[in-house]
Design a protein around this ligand. Structure first.
Ligand SMILES: Cc1cc2nc3c(=O)[nH]c(=O)nc-3n(C[C@H](O)[C@H](O)[C@H](O)COP(=O)(O)OP(=O)(O)OC[C@H]3O[C@@H](n4cnc5c(N)ncnc54)[C@H](O)[C@@H]3O)c2cc1C
Length: 456
């Protein structure tokens, strides 16, 4: 890569090009997980699809690795790469809503906060992540699990089309009617097939929800988990809550003397008629004493940003995950051994439900293969102090070692760690050969390899 090449790139890109030594390089190379400390050769601050194509062409022509960054939340740090090119879409965050058609178009760097704010103005929403700072593109391309998944399916199930810059630098639209094979692959296949410069979603009427967090003492955790297992099998699909092992943060609704205690929290989200919410949640209240809660009617984006402060950018991250079909007594017992040892207030274990509408999509209809899994648990290690890395990583690994044998072989790619590459095939089950085939046709040289990689 010569200087004239860089100068040509600078001339082609409207958003800006940053190289080592430029002002702002250290800021520009930083990603959400502070454990990741990589030094890209070039960071392209994309302002348009044309800028994205310029970054893709530059990486390909110079034989450099290419990382694609949307919201920057990838735990393994796939939004950056040593000595390669970063296509940073974080400046492309516009979201436009068509309320008549009930659709929204989000640029490739939009976050769920951007998305929810735009759609909530019309009383509309689609399935998105539970933290507002996560990227729409990264989350959706891997599948997309959130409060509304039981009712409306995964985020990728709500994708109508995507504008993609492919490895050859061309811009294509992928939908059921155009590049249908690519459209199939990007719904679960992650960033393996190109850069999504815009994604178009189906929206649903969701205005206020009834929900929020409840905290149960650890002595009641087993009863709550057993209740959850039964309840979620039959619960109305507008219900999208999940249990969590969680140290109580110093929040005003939690008694001061219990701050710092580890609880079995339950985060509820009832997206049906708000006046039915109290009744829906009553049985959960009857399972055991609720020590503290902050439950009631609230705008959907309020719940979607309620936990942002617990997970600011700059923490250390190490996560593991498996899908689960049945939460057996043995699995609950394993959770009860390791969940109460959650070592930091930022860390958590969520046992997300992915039944309901997610199950109505055939396993081979999109790349996301685990359509018979009922739960997507995640062991999310997040802590501020790098000197505590060994202890926190050990907690995640011990927890995972205990629960993995009681789970499916595959895990949700967006929750998997950087050392999980050998599990990619298991994640896609019978869809893997078709994914390899699509990869060969769209990215035979594996330009898009800084991800949970499907090798051509
Ligand atoms: C705090 C936190 C909360 C989370 N909550 C949820 C949740 O509720 N539900 C859930 O399903 N997941 C959740 N996740 C996981 C999340 O889905 C993944 O980390 C996802 O990869 C993040 O996408 P991003 O755009 O923010 O990340 P980035 O680091 O920017 O991107 C990650 C990868 O996604 C791909 N990618 C990103 N943008 C594009 C694009 N425009 N075009 C093509 N490929 C792209 C690339 O392969 C990239 O390497 C959470 C993660 C964190 C850290």
């Amino acid at each position: 890569m010569s200087n004239p090449d860089i100068e040509q790139l600078r001339a082609r890109v409207s958003g800006g090009v940053i190289t080592p030594g430029d002002a702002g390089y250290d800021e520009a190379r930083r990603v959400y997980n502070a454990m990741i400390d990589r030094r890209p050769a070039v960071i392209v601050r994309c302002a348009s699809a044309a800028d994205v194509a310029a970054a893709v062409d530059f990486a390909r022509e110079n034989g450099l690795a290419l990382a694609v960054r949307g919201g920057g939340h990838s735990v393994p740090g796939f939004g950056t790469v040593d000595d390669g090119v970063v296509a940073d879409l974080s400046g492309m965050r516009a979201v436009t809503v068509d309320p008549a058609k009930r659709t929204a178009r989000a640029e490739g760097g939009a976050t769920w906060g951007d998305f929810n704010e735009a759609t909530a103005a019309f009383g509309l929403a689609t399935t998105g992540g539970i933290i507002s700072t996560t990227g729409v593109a990264g989350l959706t391309l891997g599948g997309g699990i959130g409060y509304l998944a039981r009712g409306f399916g995964l985020s990728c199930d709500n994708l109508i089309s995507a504008e993609i810059v492919t490895a050859d630098g061309k811009m294509v639209t992928a939908s059921e009617d155009e590049h249908a094979d690519l459209f199939w692959a990007i719904r679960g296949g992650g960033g393996n097939f190109g850069v999504a410069t815009a994604l178009e979603f189906r929206l649903h009427p969701v205005k206020e929800i009834y929900g929020g967090p409840m905290f149960f003492a650890m002595k009641d955790a087993e009863s709550v988990l057993r209740y959850y297992r039964e309840f979620i099998a039959e619960a109305p699909e507008q219900f999208g809550g999940f249990p969590a092992f969680q140290i109580a943060p110093p929040l005003p609704f939690i008694p001061v003397e219990r701050h710092g205690e580890t609880f079995l929290a339950f985060i509820a989200c009832w997206a049906g008629p708000v006046d039915e919410g109290e009744q829906i949640l009553k049985p959960l209240h009857d399972v055991a004493e609720v020590v503290a809660e902050h439950v009631g009617p609230m705008p959907y984006p309020a719940l979607n940003s309620a936990f942002d402060a617990l997970v600011p950018a700059g923490l250390q991250h190490y996560w593991k995950a498996n899908f689960v079909r049945e939460l057996t007594d043995d699995a609950i017992a394993a959770h009860l051994v390791h969940g109460p040892k959650v070592p930091a207030v930022n860390s958590t274990v969520h046992i997300y439900p992915i039944n309901g509408a997610c199950h109505r999509v055939a396993a081979d209809a999109t790349a996301f293969a685990y359509r018979d899994a009922t739960f997507a648990p995640v062991i999310a290690g997040m802590w501020p102090d790098p000197s505590q890395n060994d202890a926190n990583i050990k907690w995640v690994r011990d927890y995972y070692a205990a629960t993995a044998p009681l789970s499916e072989e595959g895990g949700y790619i967006n929750f998997m760690a950087g050392d999980d590459q050998d599990r990619i095939k298991a994640n896609y089950r019978g869809n893997y050969p078709r994914l390899v085939d699509v990869k060969r046709r769209y990215d035979a040289d594996n330009l898009f390899r800084v991800n949970q990689n499907i090798k051509p």
